[in-house]
Design a protein around this ligand. Structure first.
Ligand SMILES: [Zn+2]
Length: 288
């Protein structure tokens, strides 16, 4: 089946963090990215974003992959684990430091303003008595603009809205933004379909791509089915782990949430065939 689908350069992905069970909120991102890839006759890859051991829940990567398999969401290639990619992140950070696009910051949390916007304290070197803690990327005062396929035109000025941002954390781990950009490029991702909670990360990721000379994929941010605290937004969509819901029911609900009109009572395989045939990105609501 894989060969049949590999007829275009389109490559999409689903990139969950192994911080718990697969919930409805992640499932809708998985379904939307999968259908975009299938309809484009492209590839769909799964990446486990396990670069943050303190937040990881043991066993959850395996449980998420089991759920995806049961739901008919099959990766067109081996699953990429970010924990195996440390050297790639490290070498990107070293290159950015060497090119002076990034610098060492000695600030701790208490040194930072309440706004969260970094004031550039260590831009021209560490103050006396400070030591290397994190690595920050120098940002320009230019607007990053992109046309989100669901949310429309987005514009962000990193200088005034974010400030120089961390690409290597004080605990030595690569920051999420850096790892995502390196791996989207490594996996040849041409389109990122993910939850709208990551919309405000996108300008930083595009800026990082430019700093590293990498191509930018297109982006589609789908509305959130879940508040960040895990509370459901609508009562039709449960807070139960997807594992506790029959597969066809879970996919049916995900399609409904994504603004599609699947017929009731289909078996899983039939439902997927219907969804690939009838998928319309334009029907996704902008917000839940
Ligand atoms: Zn600093």
């Amino acid at each position: 089946m894989d060969q049949v689908h590999r007829t275009s350069a389109y490559t999409g992905r689903f990139a969950p963090s192994p911080t718990g069970d697969l919930h409805f909120g992640s499932l809708v991102a998985a379904v939307a990215s999968f259908l975009q890839a299938r309809q484009a006759m492209g590839r769909w890859l799964v990446r486990i974003e396990d670069i943050d051991p303190p937040r990881e829940v043991p066993g959850s990567a395996a449980a998420i992959l089991r759920d995806l398999d049961r739901l008919g969401l099959k990766s067109n290639g081996p699953v990429l684990y970010q924990s195996t990619r440390t050297e790639a992140y490290q070498s990107a950070i070293e290159i950015l430091l060497r090119q002076d696009k990034a610098y060492w910051c000695g600030c701790s949390r208490k040194d930072l303003p309440a706004s969260g916007i970094y004031p550039g304290t260590c831009r021209n070197g560490l103050a006396k008595g400070k030591s290397h803690r994190s690595v920050r990327l120098r940002v320009d005062s230019v607007s990053i603009e992109f046309a989100d396929l669901v949310q429309g035109d987005i514009r962000e000025n990193l200088d005034t809205e974010v400030g120089d941002f961390v690409i290597q954390r004080a605990d030595g781990l690569p920051a999420y933004q850096l790892a995502v950009v390196i791996d989207d490029a490594f996996q040849g991702i041409t389109e990122v379909v993910r939850g709208a909670d990551l919309l405000d990360s996108t300008a930083r990721q595009i800026y990082l791509q430019r700093c590293l000379g990498l191509a930018s994929p297109s982006y589609a941010h789908i509305p959130l089915a879940m508040h960040s605290d895990g509370k459901k937004l609508g009562k039709r969509y449960g807070t139960d782990p997807v594992a506790s819901v029959p597969a066809a029911e879970a996919i049916f609900l995900a399609l409904k949430f994504l603004g599609q009109s699947p017929p009731r009572g289909m078996e899983l395989e039939q439902l997927w065939a219907w969804a690939i045939e009838n998928w319309q990105l334009a029907s996704i609501p902008h917000s839940a």
